[in-house]
Each structure stands twice: as structure tokens, then as C-alpha cells.
Design a protein around this ligand. Structure first.
Ligand code: GDP
Ligand code: MG
Length: 760
């Protein structure tokens, strides 16, 4: 099968085109650096099927970052039959810079002028035929978003792939040409492929290249001495780059006709918006407000803050089937309304099933397993799906509109002080979705220690699977103690994760993970209206993933949990009331003391072990925490509330009254689950992405220690406020030690080395 590679600048629409061509649903993001690995699919609408490869975005073929290396090596080593160079036509000059390098490789290249819809909307026009004759490569105008020009592009691409092509260059005239010519002949003599391309990279003194061809590099070195350009001296990289840009400006730009000749004195709308959103002082508060609005719309039960002013019963609809769905006191947010509607459906379903099973004379334990174990557990988690989706919808809108890229830009200013570049922010934000792709995305970070530090804190950006823990417990707290709104608590916990991440990075970058913070260069993408179709595709993907997980890992876990909570060590069935004699309870009782400093250990009553075992099941998948609550709460219920499968919030409320746990301990419980060792999949990914086994082991320790410390601090301060002073002193001492150490004041201080002697 023929192979076509998509190469282009970040954010030029490669993935959008890839999805369109191959019918896949790869993640499209309105910011650079979303695709870090190459991805393959098949285009079937030509006379023969063609494999399409989506490469990470690159600005040039002189790599600075790992993903640039991936793209360059792919084109040079795998020799695709055609390279589709996707060019953001709204940014023609800058994008063509890469084109002038791609054309130097001996491979057929076709230029796709993407986003032509935006160019035309702005009233500009591009003469593709003229550009084509100047560049000497086929040029096709397309819109990947609006599906325009795609067939022509592929047809001409196929045509181009049939004729082998020799590299050409725009670097002509002058002394430099001699050097390139000489290098090329030398390389050809040595049997090197793509001699022209390599010769030019040598002339640019490209690091990779100098290592590969040391002999020819010597020649360039000699030549350098005879060379003195008046502007750049003998900085060949700059000379070459300058010639490329000059060539583009002289020869290609005439193909573009702008509606407004001088755009300089007029500020674009986008610039005006940016002046506010990326403001030095207001940028961050605006971000925090936007983030709160998102949580408020998803979790609030008092949407307009006018609950108290409403006439009795107006929104709660007492006596109807929809009692409390749209509000109870206050008006519910869209997220809570969908949640309630789903809740209505699932609880009547499991109620009816339970009744039917008992009526049919099914054994007690079987009814228990199905209604409490499976339904209780699964529904506890599934009931949060609507809110998870809604939250993701909001996040995706923020991302696709181009706002998140601005946030990265604002945060770079602060992050830099902590030893992280704004680039690290992208994988972190991805962590709000799922840690696994986020950890993979850290490959865009050039400094290894920065990368390790980032991978370690990614789980602190609470992922979709952790959301049910936050929501259910926040809801439970609100319901039992009447304290705070669920939206505020959830929002607060997200912020807590971010703060812990920043503090951890700060400490790591000043102690064990020192390193340079590379400059962060990111162009801000233009603001765009998010595409309905791509948003829906994303949500559909999430839903599929979630349902699949629910009916595999989570289902299996709830069944296991139900069994070991209803059988004793000598394998006798125990009814709900005797659950405290079960295997699970035994295990929980045994390890409980470890959790005492965090408030959910030995101080709770007989049922207290449920918190410990729930946290442990979370190590497999974080949804399990609430699934376990669901399963167990339905059984504890017998003595407390209704006897039916309980949704997440009710099951937590039930746990609270059954165990006597207090609010500080509940918050500590959320914090512990959020910050501790993430799920199995994330741990495996961290292991694969870490540079060494030792760093991975330290990462596990880091997660355990951080979560334990943060959760204990929350519990202790929440329970006895004056302990805050003790913590403050401890922290101050730690900071002073780190600062002194880094200033070299403590160099004489030798820590006693522990040594273990082998017993003979
Ligand atoms: P990549 O980084 O090159 O893979 O770029 P993406 O495919 O992720 O797209 C970046 C942004 O450009 C997204 O917001 C897309 O919706 C948008 N986009 C892609 N193609 C077009 C197009 O033809 N027209 C317009 N108006 N927007 C596009
Ligand atoms: Mg992409």
C-alpha cells in the first residue's frame, strides 16, 4: 500500500485532515503540540487504498524537540510515497518556511493550502496556480474543516507519488551555494541518501547532522573561516534561515492578495480579546472565574443564587414524579438536572428488578448480588456520566476556542519561576481528561528532569475517573451537614490538585529534579468557534470509553467486592447485617490504623473500614472508589435509609451516617484519593515514560508521601485549627533548608549514610 505522510506546522489542521481522510476520531485541539506520536489510517476513495500517517507538528526540519525528531526521521527513513505538506494559508509566509525544507528531500511533495475558508472569509485570495509554478510543487487549496478540495488533493497526491522526485532548493546564488554543492558531492560520493538535504543541514551546522557526518562537518568548518557575511557573520544557521525567508517573501508572497493592504495599524478583534484575557494582572483571576463558572454550571444546586427568593414549591414540584429534579430550594444547574433525570430512571429500574427477583423466589444472596452488588456499584458510577460529559464539553469548548492556549501563555509567566515552561501546562491540562495520554504528551518537553517532574504531578490534575469521588462526596457533605455547595467543594478540590502540583514541582525543581527551563515559544492560535461535530465526537468517545470500563473492570471489581464482603474467611454466606465479619472487613480492619492520621482510620466506628477498602480498590480504577461505596452502602442501608440501590451521593450520605465520619476527614479522603498512586493504567504509562526504573520507583514513593501528607494536613487542620501553626513552622523550616542548601551553605553537612551489613 502507498504511504502518504501529513507534515506541517503545529495547529495547521493535520489531525483534522487526517480524521477526514481516514474516518478516525483522533483528538483535534486548538493548540500546538496535541499530536506527539505518529498515527496511521487508510484513505479508501482513490483507485487504490493509501495509508495516511499523521506526524507531529513541526516548524522546521532542524529538530529542537523530540517530536520534531520523530517527524524528520519518519520522512527521511521510511520514505513515504508522498508528503502532503499541510500549510495554514492564513499564515502563508511562516508556514512555507517548512515547505522550503521539505522540497530539499528526494520525495514527492504536494502542498495543501488549508483553512482556505478562513482566508476567503477575511476577503483575501490566493492564486494557487501562480504559487504552484513558483514553488515547483503541486498546490491545492483545501479546507479540512469544511471538506473542500480534499478529493483533488488526494488525486494529485497519487499522481505525484508515481513520479520519483529529486530534491530542489531555494538556496541559490552566493558563496553558500558552493559550500552546499561541495558537501553534496562529497556525501553522494559516500553513498548517502538525500545528499542535498543532508548537505544543507550540514551547512546549517545542524547538531544531528554534524554527528552523523563528521568528515564533511570538518569541511564546513574549514569553509567557515573563509566566510564572512556582513549581517550574520558566520552563523550559518541564521544565514540559511534568512535566505529562506527572503526567498519566500520575494517569490511566493505575490500569490497572496490581501483585502486590507496594511493590517498593521488596525488591531484585529483577536488581539483586542487577547489584551484582556492574557492581561498581566487580570489573566489569572479571569481564568479562575471562568473555571468556577464551568463547575457552577455542572454541579450547582442553586444556579442563580436566588433559591431563597423563590415561592415555595416552584422549582421542587412537590408531589409530582419530578420532585426535586429541577431544584430543591434553589434552581439546579443543567448538570444536576441531567443527573437527577438519570437517577430517576436507574433507581426505579433497580427497585423494580429487586422486587421482581424476590417475588420470583430467587435466593437472597443472588438478589443481593444483582441489586446491591452490581446495580448498586455500577449505577453509583454511571450516574455521574452526564456530569463528567458536561464538564468535558465545557473544557473542550475552552480548548477548541483557543482559550486554553492563552492560559498556557499566562501560566508560563508564573511556571517559569518554578522551573517549568508553559509547554508543561498542555500535558497537565490534558490530565483533566485522563492521565495516560497526558503522560505520553510530556514527550514534547525537552528537559528530562522537567519531564519527570511533570509526569509525577499529572495525576494531581483530577481526571474524569476521579470526578465521581469528588462529586459524590461533595454532594454527601452538602446533604448531611448542609455545608457549602457541591460546586464549590468540587471546584476547591480541583484547585487543591493544581496547588499541590505547583508546590511539588517547585520543590522537585529545586532539589532532586533540577535542570534548565527551556524557552517556551508558542504562537497563539486564532480564536475559533468550536465545531459541534468534533465536540460530539469527543463526547461520544468519552462515553464509549466510560461504558466499556464500567462493564469490564468496574463490574468485575464490584462483583469481587460484593463476594468478599458477604463471605467469611471460612466461606460462609453472611447477610448484610453481618458484613463486619467478612473477608473484606477483616482486611480493612487490619490496615485501618495506617489511615488514622488522615481521619478515616481507627477513629471511625465498626463500619469505618469501608473508606479504607474503597481507597484500595481505587488503585485499579478510580471509579471503583464510588462503585465500592455503592455496593457496600446498599447493604449497610438495611439499618439506615431505604432498601434499594443507592446512587453515588446517597450512598456517601449513608456511609457518613453509618461510620460517623466528619467533614475534615471526608475532604482528606478526597484529597488522598486524588493525589495518591493513580489507577493501574496511569501507573503503567508512567513506568513506560520514565527514563529509569529508579525514577519510577521514586515516583511511586512520591505519590504515596504527597497524598499522605496533604490529606493529613487537611484532616488535622480541619479538626484542630491550631495545628496549622505547627505545619507552618515545619514548612518554613523545610523551605529554609532547601534555600540554604542551594546557596551552598550546607555543603559541609553530611547526612549519615545508612549501611547494611550482610549477616554471615
Ligand atoms: P494540528 O495541530 O495540525 O493537528 O491541527 P488540528 O487538526 O488539531 O487543528 C487545529 C485547529 O484548526 C482546530 O481548532 C481545527 O478545528 C482548526 N482547523 C483545521 N482545519 C481547518 C480549516 O480548514 N478551516 C478552519 N477554519 N479551521 C480549521
Ligand atoms: Mg494534531
Amino acid at each position: 500500500m502507498k504511504k502518504f505522510a501529513l507534515a506541517g506546522n503545529p495547529n495547521s489542521g493535520k489531525t483534522t485532515l487526517f480524521n477526514l481522510l481516514t474516518g478516525s476520531t483522533a483528538h483535534v485541539g486548538n493548540w500546538p503540540g496535541v499530536t506527539v506520536d505518529k498515527r496511521e489510517g487508510v484513505y479508501k476513495k482513490l483507485s487504490e487504498p493509501v495509508a495516511i500517517i499523521d506526524l507531529p507538528g513541526i516548524y522546521s526540519l532542524s529538530p529542537y524537540t523530540p517530536e520534531e525528531v520523530i517527524s524528520r526521521n519518519y520522512i527521511l527513513d521510511e520514505k513515504p510515497d508522498c508528503v502532503i505538506n499541510i500549510v495554514d494559508a492564513t499564515n502563508l509566509e511562516r508556514n512555507l518556511y517548512l515547505t522550503t525544507q521539505l522540497m530539499e528531500i528526494d520525495v514527492p511533495v504536494i502542498v495543501a493550502l488549508n483553512m482556505i475558508d478562513e482566508v476567503e472569509k477575511a476577503g483575501d485570495s490566493i492564486d494557487a496556480a501562480k504559487l504552484e509554478s513558483k514553488i515547483g510543487l503541486p498546490v491545492v487549496k483545501i479546507s479540512a474543516l469544511k471538506n473542500q478540495g480534499i478529493e483533488e488533493l488526494m488525486r494529485r497526491g497519487l499522481e505525484a507519488s508515481k513520479h520519483p522526485r529529486k530534491g530542489t532548493t531555494v538556496l541559490e546564488g552566493g558563496k553558500l551555494t558552493h559550500l552546499i554543492g561541495d558537501c553534496k558531492i562529497a556525501l553522494e560520493g559516500a553513498g548517502v541518501d538525500n545528499a542535498l538535504f543532508h548537505a544543507i543541514k550540514l551547512a546549517e551546522m545542524d547538531e544531528l547532522e554534524v554527528k552523523m557526518h563528521p568528515k564533511s562537518a570538518g569541511m564546513v568548518e574549514e569553509f567557515k573561516k573563509t566566510f564572512s557575511d556582513d549581517v550574520f557573520g558566520s552563523d550559518f544557521e541564521a544565514i540559511v534561515a534568512d535566505s529562506r525567508y527572503k526567498y519566500i517573501a520575494h517569490n511566493y508572497s505575490s500569490a497572496l492578495t490581501k483585502k486590507h493592504k496594511s493590517g498593521k495599524d488596525k488591531m484585529s478583534v483577536s488581539d483586542k480579546i487577547d489584551r484582556v484575557l492574557t492581561h498581566k494582572v487580570w489573566g489569572i483571576p479571569i481564568f479562575l472565574v471562568i473555571l468556577f463558572a464551568v463547575f457552577h454550571l455542572t454541579f450547582s444546586e442553586n444556579l442563580l443564587w436566588i433559591g431563597a427568593a423563590l415561592p415555595e414549591g416552584w422549582v421542587s414540584l412537590p408531589g409530582t414524579a419530578f420532585e426535586g429534579v429541577f431544584g430543591d430550594g434553589g434552581i439546579n444547574s443543567p448538570g444536576v438536572i441531567i443527573f437527577n433525570l438519570l437517577d430517576l430512571a436507574t433507581s426505579s429500574l433497580s427497585g423494580a428488578l429487586g422486587d421482581a427477583m424476590s417475588a420470583a423466589g430467587v435466593a437472597d444472596w443472588a438478589t443481593g448480588l444483582v441489586v446491591d452488588g452490581i446495580f448498586g456499584g455500577l449505577f453509583a458510577v454511571l450516574s455521574f456520566l452526564p456530569q463528567i460529559l458536561l464538564l468535558f464539553l465545557f473544557f473542550s469548548i475552552l480548548e477548541d476556542s483557543g482559550y486554553m492556549a492563552r492560559v498556557a501563555f499566562i501560566l508560563d509567566r508564573i511556571f517559569r519561576k518554578f522551573g517549568l515552561s508553559g509547554r508543561a501546562f498542555m500535558p497537565m491540562i490534558m490530565g483533566f481528561g485522563c492521565s495516560v495520554p497526558a503522560m505520553v504528551n510530556t514527550r514534547t518537553l525537552a528537559d528530562e528532569n522537567e519531564r519527570v517532574a511533570t509526569i509525577r504531578v499529572i495525576p494531581f490534575f483530577s481526571c474524569g475517573a476521579k470526578l465521581p469521588i469528588l462529586t459524590a462526596i461533595a454532594g454527601g457533605i452538602a446533604q448531611i451537614s448542609g455545608l457549602g455547595n457541591a460546586d464549590l467543594i468540587t471546584y476547591g478540590m480541583y484547585l487543591l490538585g493544581i496547588v499541590v502540583a505547583i508546590v511539588s514541582v517547585l520543590i522537585m525543581r529545586n532539589t532532586t529534579m533540577k535542570g534548565e527551563t527551556p524557552p517556551f515559544i508558542m504562537e497563539l492560535p486564532s480564536y475559533r468557534t468550536p465545531q459541534f461535530r468534533s465536540l460530539m465526537m469527543l463526547l461520544w468517545d468519552k462515553t464509549k470509553h466510560f461504558i466499556k470500563k464500567a462493564f469490564t473492570i468496574i463490574l468485575a471489581s464490584t462483583i469481587v467486592i460484593w463476594f468478599i464482603s458477604h463471605f467469611s474467611f471460612n466461606w460462609k454466606y453472611l447477610p448484610d447485617e453481618n458484613m463486619n465479619d467478612s473477608i473484606l472487613a477483616g482486611i480493612g480492619q487490619f490496615i485501618r490504623p495506617l489511615f488514622t492520621p488522615m481521619g478515616f482510620g481507627s477513629q471511625l466506628n465498626d463500619w469505618g473500614w469501608v473508606f479504607v477498602v474503597a481507597a484500595i480498590t481505587g488503585l485499579i480504577a478510580k471509579e471503583n472508589v464510588i462503585a465500592t461505596f455503592g455496593t457496600l452502602a446498599a447493604c449497610i442501608t438495611s439499618g439506615f435509609v431505604a432498601d434499594e440501590a443507592l446512587e453515588g451521593v446517597d450512598s456517601v450520605a449513608n456511609m457518613i451516617s453509618a461510620t460517623g465520619i466528619g467533614v475534615p476527614a471526608l475532604i482528606a479522603f478526597i484529597a488522598f484519593n486524588m493525589l495518591t498512586i493513580p489507577c493501574f493504567a496511569a501507573v503503567a504509562t508512567a513506568k513506560a515514560e520514565m527514563p529509569s526504573k529508579k525514577k519510577f520507583n521514586n515516583t511511586l514513593i512520591f505519590w504515596v508521601v504527597t497524598s499522605y501528607m496533604a490529606a493529613s494536613m487537611i484532616y488535622l487542620i480541619g479538626e484542630w485549627w491550631w495545628t496549622a501553626f505547627i505545619w507552618a513552622v515545619l514548612w518554613a523550616a523545610a523551605i529554609v533548608l532547601i534555600v540554604l542548601y542551594n546557596k551552598g551553605k550546607l555543603q559541609n553537612l553530611r547526612l549519615p549514610k545508612l549501611s547494611f551489613k550482610k549477616r554471615s
